[in-house]
Ligand binder design. Structure first.
Ligand code: AMP
Ligand code: ZN
Length: 337
């Protein structure tokens, strides 16, 4: 049997143990270090099921507790899976859950072969959906990832990459640009601020100038690209990112990459799940915060559609084949002119 821990993403305190099938009530208090009066002393009730690999979250307090930006609701209960983000109250105090092999128990073999080298780029809600489908196998994969990467939770991978000179392609006093480790197109960079901002949810109007600077750097990256004249680029944010630390994707629109493997990869860049940088800046300027529309995670399940002509394709290989026809046609036109 594995053990379950609740891990503060703000790293304000050590992980809290959630014993198997025992209710743990948390809120404002020394255990979480939360002092915010808007958080009840009994804000959430958590019950881990270590054999199934999830935690039931019940909102006890009046102010909203949320999982992946969806409010639980007073008196209501939802499941929290590894990889999903729990905010204890008012989009603040982010936590994730981890299931680890109990060091005191006999280790069962881990299915390392099923580990996705890029599990970290899956969105939390998709991971959740996947877990519903194949719970035992993927829970084992999740555990193996946690155990193998004792450097920290996988969702913190960008924090390590942005400090790695081998990954950096540009930097100034405010931001750093790295190559995406699992690029979904010929050119795919991530622009990250040096200051730690957990997610879009944490952005406020005072971040506007930083975001505008990130956009400027993104434009600069495109301009210096040797194929800038023949490729289109977009820069934007995933509405529900899987990796912590705000990051702006700058991605060429060829989507010619072996790392683009599934529907959620495709839809995360070609539906409204991808929010243009300009739109994020506009939201901050007008509302002082970024709001993600309800049902956004459902966009990842939409049928595969070509982003250029909207044709629906049945599979990723068929879509990739279809994309080739666009790019061939384009190169013929440019050769002729
Ligand atoms: P998202 O959080 O959905 O906006 O996407 C995170 C992006 O980070 C994905 O495009 C991943 O391919 C990429 N990625 C994941 N882990 C790393 C890493 N350690 N270093 C650089 N890029 C990464
Ligand atoms: Zn098309």
């Amino acid at each position: 049997m594995s053990i379950c821990q609740l891990v503060s993403q703000d790293e304000t305190h050590k992980p809290i143990l959630l014993p198997h099938l025992e209710s743990v009530i948390l809120g404002r208090g020394p255990q979480t270090t939360i002092k915010d009066k808007k958080c009840s002393r009994e804000q959430v009730e958590l019950k881990a099921d270590c054999s199934k690999g999830f935690v039931k979250v019940k909102q006890l307090g009046a102010n909203p507790t949320s999982v992946d930006s969806v409010v639980v609701g007073h008196g209501k209960e939802v499941k929290l899976m590894p990889g999903q983000l729990l905010h204890i109250v008012n989009d603040l105090y982010p936590y994730t859950v981890q299931f680890k092999e109990d060091p005191g128990s006999c280790k069962r073999p881990l299915d390392v072969s099923s580990k996705d080298e890029e599990g970290c780029s899956e969105t939390p809600s998709l991971k959740a959906a996947k877990k519903h489908e194949h719970l035992p196998e993927s829970v084992r994969a999740e555990e193996s990832r946690e155990i193998n990467q004792n450097v920290g939770h996988w969702s913190h991978g960008l924090k390590a990459s942005m400090q790695d000179p081998n990954m950096q392609v540009f930097k100034d006093d405010k931001v750093v640009v790295i190559k995406d480790k699992y690029p979904k197109a010929r050119y795919h960079w991530l622009v990250l601020p040096w200051i730690s901002i957990h997610s879009l949810k944490a952005l406020r109007d005072e971040h506007c100038s930083l975001l505008k600077h990130m956009q400027k750097v993104a434009d600069h990256m495109v301009q210096q690209c040797p194929h800038a004249s023949s490729l289109d680029f977009r820069s934007g944010y995933h509405a529900i990112p899987s990796m912590s630390h705000v990051h702006l994707h700058v991605i060429s629109q060829d989507f010619d990459s072996p790392y683009l493997k599934n529907k959620k990869h495709w839809n995360s860049f070609t539906t409204d799940y991808f929010i243009e940088s300009q739109d994020v800046i506009h939201m901050l300027e007008t509302d002082g915060k970024v709001t993600v529309k309800e049902g956004t995670s459902e966009l990842l399940k939409l049928p595969l559609r070509c982003h250029l002509c909207r044709k629906e394709l049945p599979t990723i290989p068929a879509l990739k084949q279809h994309l080739k026809s666009h790019f061939l046609a384009e190169s013929r036109t440019s050769n002729a002119s």
